[in-house]
Ligand binder design. Structure first.
Ligand code: SF4
Length: 369
């Protein structure tokens, strides 16, 4: 059982962050923010995968202007990601964002920090301080003897102090490095010093494959230690993949219920059906399912029947026909071309939720007539 660290609780729109609130999953758009239509389309896609919070880069006055259109058309709380220019923060607040990511130490004099803090107070919007090992202020690393974790903590504390000087405490903080153990140590050190909630992530983690592994390791360690109140899995891929990866990490740690838990075999010379593609495609199309369901996709009769029987729905590949199980019982036998569709039908049947097959990449498997 994981014991979460005690923190203050803040709210990004309707999403509570901290202490006993469920660890929320967030992502960031990779569209050009000035292009409101594309950005809204991507945010809606993220919403359909239950993304809790979406961050949007605001790097120009036009992007801040576009936010008005974006915020109006989506339901998920939007966080504006801003570097240096406090006017963009003020414009984003006026556009209706529910969170800011801005480092007060980077926006110039105290007057500007006060202006942003006061505007946030007026609109009940929290600020995330985001310290990144790649952009530490000059001299921070040398001062800490080359220790990135200590340097990130020192930097984070400085930014926090600037907001606290304005009596602003509606704060969450992230300390991200590309290195897993540096990131973990940074959060451990910071947890001894502040009670603000943590946004956790491994920055620039990599592709959907290597990045999900790195994030799974790093975020897994942090969450297991109770450190982490909201997370982003940062991937060089479709932002939807970040959300799917984030929920998988939480579910595997018992920090989230709901969604599909997929058991699929690695295949071997005995496999009677194309497990690799079937599992991949099923994972993609079923990622929007909200119900708590265990699905097994197994290649043959060696381990297939056992795993399928213990899942809610499962298939065991067989010569000629494959067997479909539901709640421990055989409910049908299907040939190779029909088995994925039969599995999908049964998952829909049990959950009462519709699976959108337009997500299928391998059209050969798109067999619904
Ligand atoms: S279930 Fe069958 S096909 Fe899959 S890995 Fe095991 S033995 Fe091989």
């Amino acid at each position: 059982m994981i014991k979460r660290r005690y923190t203050r609780t803040i709210k990004v729109g309707n999403v509570p962050i901290g202490s006993d609130a469920p660890v929320s999953v967030q992502s960031m758009t990779n569209t050009v923010t000035e292009d409101a239509a594309s950005t809204v389309r991507q945010i809606k896609d993220l919403e359909s995968y239950n993304c809790g919070i979406v961050r949007v880069a605001v790097n120009t006055p036009e992007a801040a202007e576009s936010l008005k259109d974006i915020v109006r058309q989506v339901n998920v709380p939007i966080v504006a990601d801003i570097h240096f220019d406090h006017r963009l923060a003020l414009a984003s607040l006026a556009a209706g964002v529910k969170g800011l990511r801005i480092n007060p130490g980077n926006i110039g004099d105290k007057k500007k920090v006060k202006e942003v803090a006061n505007a946030c107070k007026d609109s009940g919007v929290p600020i995330r301080i985001g310290v990144n090992s790649g952009s530490l202020e000059k001299g921070a690393l040398e001062k800490n003897g080359g220790d990135f974790a200590a340097a990130m903590v020192e930097s984070g504390l400085k930014h926090i102090k600037l907001l606290e000087d304005e009596s602003f405490y509606d704060i969450k903080i992230s300390l991200k490095s590309t290195d897993v153990l540096t990131t973990v140590r940074g959060y451990e050190l910071l947890a001894e010093k502040v009670d603000y909630p943590f946004h956790i992530g491994i920055t620039e983690a990599g592709t959907a494959f290597s990045g999900a592994i790195k994030s799974g390791v790093g975020l897994g360690i942090l969450l297991y230690k109770g450190l982490g109140d909201t997370l982003r899995v940062s991937l060089s891929d479709d932002p939807v993949m970040e959300v799917i990866a984030g929920y998988n990490i939480l579910r595997d740690l018992g920090l989230r219920r709901g969604g599909v838990q997929l058991i699929s075999c690695p295949t071997c010379g005995r496999a009677e059906v194309d497990i690799v593609n079937m599992a991949r495609e099923f994972e993609r199309v079923s990622a929007r399912i909200k119900s708590d369901i265990k699905v097994a996709i197994m290649g043959c009769v060696v381990n297939g029947p056992g795993e399928s029987m213990h899942a809610d729905v499962g298939i065991a590949g067989g010569r000629g026909k494959s067997v479909l199980f539901s709640k421990g019982k055989i409910i049908g036998k299907y040939d190779k071309k029909e088995i994925l569709q039969a599995l999908i039908n049964e998952v829909e049947n049990i959950t009462g939720e519709k699976i959108n097959l337009s997500q299928l990449k391998n059209k050969k498997l798109k067999i619904r007539s």
